[in-house]
Design a protein around this ligand. Structure first.
Ligand code: SF4
Length: 151
C-alpha cells in the first residue's frame, strides 16, 4: 500500500500543472476502430483514483461534437473507416487525432492489410502516436498532456 501511495505521489509530481495559467481543459472522444480491447482496458484505468485524469482537466466524452481530441485504438478495419471519418468530421475545430497503441499506428500484431486495417494515419492526420501493445496508462496520460502543451 505504501509503495502504491509513493508511486502515486511521484506520478502526480511528474505531471503537475504549474499554476492556473497553465491549466487546460480538453475533452477526449475515444473511438475503437478494431481493437482487441487491450488498449481499452488500459484506457479505462485513466479514470481510476490512481490516475484520475480529471485533475488535469481531461475528460472522456461520449460525443465527438464535444471533443477536442479523437483518440483512436485498433487498426481501423474496413467496417470502421466510415464511422471514424464521421466522428472526425463532427468534431469542432481545432481538433487533434491521437493513435493509441501499435495497431492504430499501423504496426499491429495482425499485420497491415486491407482486411485487418492499415492504421489511422492512412485515413486521418495524426498529431500524436502512443506506441505499445497496449500502452500503459502513464504513457497515455503523458502523450495527451504533451499534445495539450503544444497546442
Ligand atoms: S495495440 Fe495491442 S492491445 Fe492495443 S488493440 Fe492492438 S493488439 Fe490490442
Amino acid at each position: 500500500m505504501i509503495v502504491l501511495i509513493r508511486r502515486l505521489q511521484n506520478f502526480r509530481k511528474e505531471h503537475r500543472t504549474e499554476g492556473p495559467g497553465n491549466r487546460q481543459s480538453l475533452a477526449i472522444r475515444h473511438c475503437d476502430a478494431g481493437s482487441c480491447n487491450g488498449c481499452e482496458h488500459e484506457l479505462n484505468l485513466l479514470s481510476s483514483p490512481y490516475h484520475d485524469i480529471q485533475r488535469f482537466g481531461l475528460s472522456l466524452v461520449s460525443s465527438p461534437r464535444h471533443a477536442d481530441i479523437l483518440l483512436v485504438s485498433g487498426s481501423v478495419t474496413s467496417g470502421m473507416r466510415e464511422p471514424l471519418l464521421a466522428a472526425h468530421s463532427a468534431m469542432p475545430e481545432p481538433k487533434k487525432v491521437i493513435a493509441l497503441g501499435n495497431c492504430a499506428i499501423g504496426e499491429g500484431l495482425l499485420g497491415n492489410s486491407e482486411l485487418t486495417g492499415l492504421g489511422v494515419s492512412q485515413l486521418l492526420p495524426v498529431d500524436a502516436a502512443i506506441p505499445g501493445c497496449p500502452p500503459t496508462p502513464e504513457k497515455i496520460v503523458s502523450a495527451i498532456l504533451s499534445l495539450a502543451k503544444k497546442s
